[in-house]
Write a protein that binds this ligand. Structure first.
Ligand SMILES: Nc1nc2c(ncn2[C@@H]2O[C@H](COP(=O)(O)OP(=O)(O)O)[C@@H](O)[C@H]2O)c(=O)[nH]1
Ligand SMILES: [Mg+2]
Length: 319
């Protein structure tokens, strides 16, 4: 069996291998992705976002267990811009979710953001596609909720879970409008901690005040570290997914996701070409030299560079 066939058969190692190839920019990955594409589109994406430390990773660990007991295969993509390559959060998440490490029905992948197009790592969409093709029915994407990332995840997830915890009062206050706009479900995690009641009350109030909006998210309480409240969260997520299917909204979200994947890919292609043209085009090099000597402004060289890249297209060489 070739790599695509192994992935379609649900082979975890084959999926991991393709993801490494994508990370490394291995040119052979593209053909495998193309072979997988017709067999994708079944997975549902659950975005989990919120400030650092609210308990998202702990909650996802509990969610995995809940989805598994309902016999669903679960993929997790943790996107953390604060951990560029190694270290803290990524290692922490791995260790935290370690108890699922030997379960072939669970696949956990940590990605660092590459700082493109609003926060999600450029390959998040590809990783989701690989998991989708490999038969993971629920894919949970964890992003740190800081402005842009939140906005980005909304366009790509079927259901967005916003996690808040007590003691971030002022912050919740400040972001309330934005949080309400993107949340399909609001979770007050750390319900075991003082102040949880107040946080939940504040959110309820805000939801009611914004009742005219399209979304009217439920406010649920969880204790991620013990699993308390998690079955209720899973039930609400599944209810929302079923409702979307009935109302035909799943297709719209899937279309938006496709658009984001294509845009990210095009952006990556342009970024690669920019570096190539910068290094190889004598006129561009001259322009940069003039900027360096303060004889021209950076904008002049950037305009020239952009023009040369567009004129050459993205298939001029490399990639
Ligand atoms: N008391 C309490 N602590 C929690 C709960 N959920 C998570 N934590 C702790 O909060 C800290 C941050 O959790 P983490 O999942 O890494 O948060 P993330 O940054 O949002 O992913 C960790 O020390 C967790 O053990 C909870 O429900 N109650
Ligand atoms: Mg985390």
């Amino acid at each position: 069996m070739d790599l695509a066939e192994r992935i379609l058969a649900g082979d975890v190692r084959a999926a991991a291998r393709l993801m490494r190839m994508l990370d490394d920019g291995d040119a052979r990955a593209a053909a495998v992705m193309s072979a997988l594409h017709p067999r994708t589109g079944r997975a549902r994406i659950v975005g989990v976002t919120g400030s650092p430390g609210t308990g998202k990773s702990t909650l996802i660990d509990a969610l995995i267990a809940a989805f598994r007991s309902a016999d669903r295969r679960v993929g997790v993509v943790a996107v953390d811009p604060t951990s560029p390559f190694t270290g803290g959060a990524i290692l922490g998440d791995r260790v935290r979710m370690q108890r699922h490490a030997t379960d072939a029905g669970v696949f956990i992948r940590s990605l660092a953001t590459r700082g493109r197009l609003g926060g999600l790592s450029a390959s998040t969409g590809e990783v989701v596609s690989v998991l989708d093709a490999a038969g993971y029915e629920r894919i949970v994407v964890e992003t740190v909720g800081v402005g842009q990332d939140e906005v980005e995840i909304v366009g790509q997830a079927d259901v967005v879970v916003v996690v808040v915890s007590p003691g971030q009062g002022d912050e919740v206050q400040a972001h309330k409008a934005g949080v309400l706009e993107i949340a399909d479900v609001l979770v007050v995690n750390k319900a075991d901690v003082a102040g949880a009641d107040r946080t939940a009350r504040d959110l309820h109030l805000a939801v009611d005040l914004a009742a005219a909006r399209a979304k009217h998210p439920k406010v649920l309480r969880t204790v991620a570290s013990t699993g308390e409240g998690v079955p209720g969260l899973v039930a609400e997520v599944e209810r929302l997914l079923a409702e979307m299917d009935r109302e035909g909204r799943s297709a719209e979200v899937a279309r938006a996701r496709t658009e984001a994947v294509v845009a990210d890919m095009a952006a990556a292609a342009f970024a690669a070409r920019i570096r190539e043209v910068m290094a190889s085009d004598p006129a561009v090099r001259d322009a940069v030299d003039r900027v360096h000597r303060r004889e021209a402004a950076p904008r002049d060289a950037a305009d020239l560079l952009a023009g040369r890249v567009v004129a050459a297209g993205t298939h001029g060489g490399g990639q």
